[in-house]
Write a protein that binds this ligand. Sequence first.
Ligand code: CA
Length: 225
Amino acid sequence: MIYLLEDEESIRKLVIYALESQGFRARGFETPAAFREALKQELPELILLDIMLPEENGISILKSLRKDPAAKFVPVIMLTAKNTEYDRVEGLDAGADDYISKPFGMMEMVARVRAVMRRASVKPARSEYRAGILYVSPERHEVKVDGKNVTLTYKEFLLLELFLEHRNLVLTREILLDKIWGLGVERENRTLDVHIHSLRAKLGPAGHYIQTIRGIGYLFSEDQS
Ligand code: CA
């Protein structure tokens, strides 16, 4: 999902149309208030932010996003008619990932969105995963093993999702700890093992899909060798 905050209706429509035609899900907002309200409902994968807005300017919104624990890692591209070097530097200093000056072409905009997403290694959210007897829907927060519902905690769910995104690849302890619990967690921390243990138990007959790679980490594969 991509959010666009832009008060000019014609640009808003054009950008949303261009993004949707390239397979992205996108929502446009006219005012900072509507945008902030939507942020509480769903965190987007990328934000396109105009600078000249009613109520509050885009730079100040960007600064507040960067202080928000939930939204601070969401990539932001500034869209603006102000293209002096000063504004550009101010936007980048405030934490923007890229900058597009108006007027811009839709193909250029889409290309920059793709480039920023690639850099941020944001993958378009998958609507569902199937692996052997396992079914997972991140959208609906649903896990089924052999058609039966399984209830996971939030962290267990994140772990499983990470495994499914990197099927047949070894994920090191460092990567798992960093992605699920954040930086600063020690390698020797037992939290990961405890979660893997309970995740395997809850997955029952699909539990063995999560394989231990001794001394390194874990690997998810539904094909048993
Ligand atoms: Ca504007």
